[in-house]
Design a protein around this ligand. Structure first.
Ligand SMILES: NC(=O)c1ccc[n+]([C@@H]2O[C@H](COP(=O)([O-])OP(=O)(O)OC[C@H]3O[C@@H](n4cnc5c(N)ncnc54)[C@H](OP(=O)(O)O)[C@@H]3O)[C@@H](O)[C@H]2O)c1
Length: 243
């Protein structure tokens, strides 16, 4: 059997990078994009010339997202998995003073982009009569936090999208789930102050931030045969901070 094929947004660093690396290690062919290449994407292109595809695409470029899905399908012949991983959280700012342009950008990058990419990939999956989609959400979608209202709205939208899409695509043998991480160390959380980190840890029953590998583990579980009857769910992986 041919290797399964994954499309992962934002695979140059952070969670996307860990997922790309682990799927390649498991024998998948992987197509990923980000705005900029990284040492990691360059190393993977060298190490896995047949199985790794990277391109520069911006989440704001909906035509570019569709073209990326087409390029992945042309190169590898099918798409078995889409992980909508790339997300953008600018500096936390209070809602009353967020510029209108930033509201539009946050919704475009965190909600419209994954919906667009999903439509392009789901068309390929529907022709195959099989596939999986995992949307990376956030605990901001399920609990209120100051300063992230627009990002939270986009992520909550993504969870609603996962549920309804699971109903539409289930009959085509396509599972759709959201994985909802709590805080983990990455570029996105690099600016969290020591004080805020302390506060988060105190509010988390397990007393720490997640290791990025633990979030990747939950994504790999959701796409595994062990989770073959799970669809339309939001799987919260947060050390208990939202419980
Ligand atoms: N870190 C956390 O604590 C946390 C908690 C809950 C949920 N999440 C969610 O988990 C996912 C992964 O987060 P992370 O912390 O791993 O992020 P990260 O380290 O900031 O990495 C983000 C990835 O997305 C790419 N990206 C960012 N903006 C892009 C754009 N406009 N167009 C194309 N690619 C773009 C980045 O590459 P370029 O910059 O080169 O484009 C990078 O590859 C996100 O959906 C995030 O919302 C994170």
């Amino acid at each position: 059997m041919n290797a399964p094929v994954a499309v992962i947004s934002g695979g140059s660093r952070g969670l996307g990078m860990v997922l790309v690396e682990r799927l390649l290690d498991q024998g998948w062919q992987v197509a990923t994009f980000s705005r900029n290449a990284s040492e990691f994407t360059e190393a993977m292109a060298e190490k896995h010339p047949e199985d790794f595809h990277w391109a520069s695409v911006d989440l704001a470029d909906t035509a570019g997202l569709r073209a990326f899905a087409t390029a992945a399908r042309r190169r590898f012949g099918r798409i078995d998995l889409l992980v909508n991983n790339a997300g953008v959280l600018t500096d936390q700012e209070l809602f009353l003073t967020v510029p209108g342009r930033r509201i539009e950008d946050l919704i475009a990058q965190n909600l419209i982009a994954p919906i667009t990419l999903t439509q392009a990939c789901a068309k390929v999956m529907s022709a195959q009569r099989s596939g999986q989609i995992v949307n990376i959400s956030s605990i901001n979608a399920v609990r209120g936090f100051r300063g992230v209202a627009v990002y939270a709205a986009a992520k909550a939208g993504l969870d609603g999208f996962s549920r309804s899409l699971a109903r539409e695509l289930g009959p085509l043998n396509i599972r759709v789930n959201s994985v909802v991480p709590g805080f983990f160390d990455s570029g996105m959380t690099a600016a969290v102050t020591a004080e805020n980190r302390e506060r988060i840890q105190k509010r988390t029953p397990l007393g720490r931030l997640a290791d990025i590998e633990e979030i990747a583990n939950s994504v790999l579980f959701v796409i595994s045969p062990s989770a073959s009857f799970i669809t339309g769910q939001t799987i919260i992986v947060d050390g208990g901070i939202t419980c």
